[in-house]
Design a protein around this ligand. Structure first.
Ligand code: CMP
Length: 136
């Protein structure tokens, strides 16, 4: 049975700053993702805090929110079969040092903070996160 899903992907400030957005978009397209919607935005710290609210209690929360709001980002609605899992596989481990060869974070990530991309971690969160950036 097919399981076409949508998931949220963010190209983070470190990657946009290095002009990697087209290369990263091609990584997704080459793996069969369709970019249904996309926009380049610069969010406030307040919005970043809302987006990352699940991490509120973590020691890295403040730096994480400061970082996501530090420059332009590209947010995308990606669609394909098993999009949530396939996007997580393509991104690789959170820390680029631990990410497998060929993954986006291995190729482009600089550090655990500047890890180039964010992706929803479950189908349920994908709905919440897509709604956060693409309300209509
Ligand atoms: P992301 O997938 O965007 O979700 C939360 C982010 O917090 C994560 O990627 C990392 O960039 C960042 N982060 C910083 N420190 C940590 C940590 N110790 N564990 C997990 N995520 C971290």
């Amino acid at each position: 049975m097919s399981n076409i899903e949508q998931t949220l992907s963010i190209i983070k400030p470190d990657a946009v700053e290095r002009n990697l957005q087209d290369q990263i978009k091609n990584e997704f397209k080459n793996k069969g993702f369709e970019i249904i919607k996309e926009k380049k935005i610069h969010i406030s710290k307040d919005e970043a805090e809302k987006f990352y609210k699940v991490h509120e209690s973590k020691p890295f929360y403040n730096d994480l929110c400061a970082y996501l709001s530090s420059g332009p980002i590209v947010v995308m609605n990606l669609q394909r079969e098993n999009a949530v899992l396939e996007n997580r596989k393509l991104m690789g481990a959170t820390n680029p040092e631990d990410a497998e060869e060929g993954t986006i974070r291995k190729k482009y990530g600089i550090s655990i903070d500047k890890n180039s991309v964010h992706g929803s971690d479950s189908a349920e969160n994908a709905k919440v996160e897509l709604n956060f950036f693409f309300k209509d």
